[in-house]
Design a protein around this ligand. Structure first.
Ligand code: ZN
Ligand code: ZN
Length: 342
């Protein structure tokens, strides 16, 4: 269980020192660490192998199409399902759509539903303060600490011994949503399906076992590695590099990073997201491409999504007025700058 201690420590945090050690630690089971390492490293090795294979013989059109389809399906599952729907309640979805999105997201090898929600909500509770499970400022704001922190925010936190209480941060699916609980528990089976489906599709389309194997590498392992690293880059890079046009809570250093916008389905407009976490659209300005928000809009038109939290029409106007008043644009680009709201 997480105690009140991090909040108390967070109040005294100066915004630049390394975070104090956590009050509670888990002894990480060697088997668990090995499993996490496999889930993290195997797709990455496949990514290297896939590039090497493609260099020699080219990638088949079937592999490319299957990889794209699985990347989009599981990626939007994470962004629209896990993140905007379940973690932040940005909209209400029909029960079948909720289940489809949760299943698709669970096939992305990013942890089970309950664990994902709990860690992410904790990140918003303590953004870049002690208690944040994956802040790049954990080891301090000086360049060396920031570099070490980037590795921690990207990957290292997955091996952390600091527990995140599911009862505290994800009580809703635990208590009142048996379907979500079942999907969370089915995570290992859904991971297996995430590898077997591309293999079966590649085999069926090409008619050869070799076609199944290359689809397994490209649309299975390589696709998983790419999506994992794009998602984790939002945790790491999108708190260090980029612009901070919007006000966030004190110490929160989330950024907007345009090069990742398309691959992350709009999630790299991360400063926009932290400025209003329950908004269904993370790209706050009209020219910020946000495919996840476009899908939610489509669901809304089809009547599958209701109660969608869109930003107020006068948001940008209001923001510009506030920015002008407090010279936000010049100060906010510096992490931890005076644009931060206390
Ligand atoms: Zn964040
Ligand atoms: Zn979020």
């Amino acid at each position: 269980m997480h105690t009140q201690a991090p909040q108390a420590i967070g109040q005294q945090y100066d915004g630049r020192s390394p975070f104090p050690p956590a009050q509670q630690r888990l002894s990480v089971h060697a088997g668990q660490a090995a499993l996490t390492a496999t889930i993290v490293i195997a797709p990455f090795i496949a990514l290297a192998c896939g590039i090497w294979l493609a260099w020699g013989s080219g990638i088949s059109l079937t592999d490319l199409l299957l990889a794209t389809v699985f990347y989009i399906a599981t990626g939007l599952g994470v962004t629209v399902g896990f993140h905007r729907l379940l973690a932040h309640g940005s909209f209400t979805a029909r029960p079948w759509l909720r289940a489809v999105l949760a299943v698709a997201a669970s096939m992305s090898f990013q942890g089970n539903l309950i664990g994902w929600l709990a860690a992410h909500r904790r990140h918003h509770t303590f953004s870049d303060r002690p208690g944040d499970p994956h802040s790049p400022y954990r080891y301090g704001a000086h360049p060396g600490g920031r570099l070490r922190g980037l590795a921690h925010a990207h990957l290292g936190w997955l091996f952390s011994s600091e527990p995140t209480s599911a009862a505290r941060y994800a009580p809703d699916p635990l208590r009142n949503d048996p379907a979500m609980l079942r999907i969370s528990r089915a995570y290992p089976a859904l991971c297996a399906a995430s590898l077997l489906l591309p293999f079966a599709a590649g085999w069926a389309i090409s008619g050869t076992l070799y076609g199944g194997l290359t689809a397994f590498i490209w649309a299975g392992l390589v696709r998983i590695a790419l999506l994992q690293h794009v998602t984790w880059s939002v945790n790491s890079l999108c708190h260090v590099i980029g612009e901070r046009p919007y006000t966030t809570r004190r110490h929160d250093r989330s950024t907007d990073l345009w090069p990742l916008a398309l691959l992350s389905f709009g999630e790299s407009w991360h400063n926009g997201h932290h400025s209003q976490p329950d908004c269904a659209r993370h790209g706050r300005a009209a020219d910020q491409i946000d495919p996840s928000a476009a899908l939610i809009r489509l669901f809304e038109r089809l009547g599958w999504a209701t109660n969608v939290h869109w930003q107020a029409p006068d948001f940008l106007q209001h923001h510009r007025a506030v920015a002008g008043k407090h010279t936000l644009h010049t100060s906010a680009r510096r992490p931890g700058g005076a644009g931060d709201r206390a």
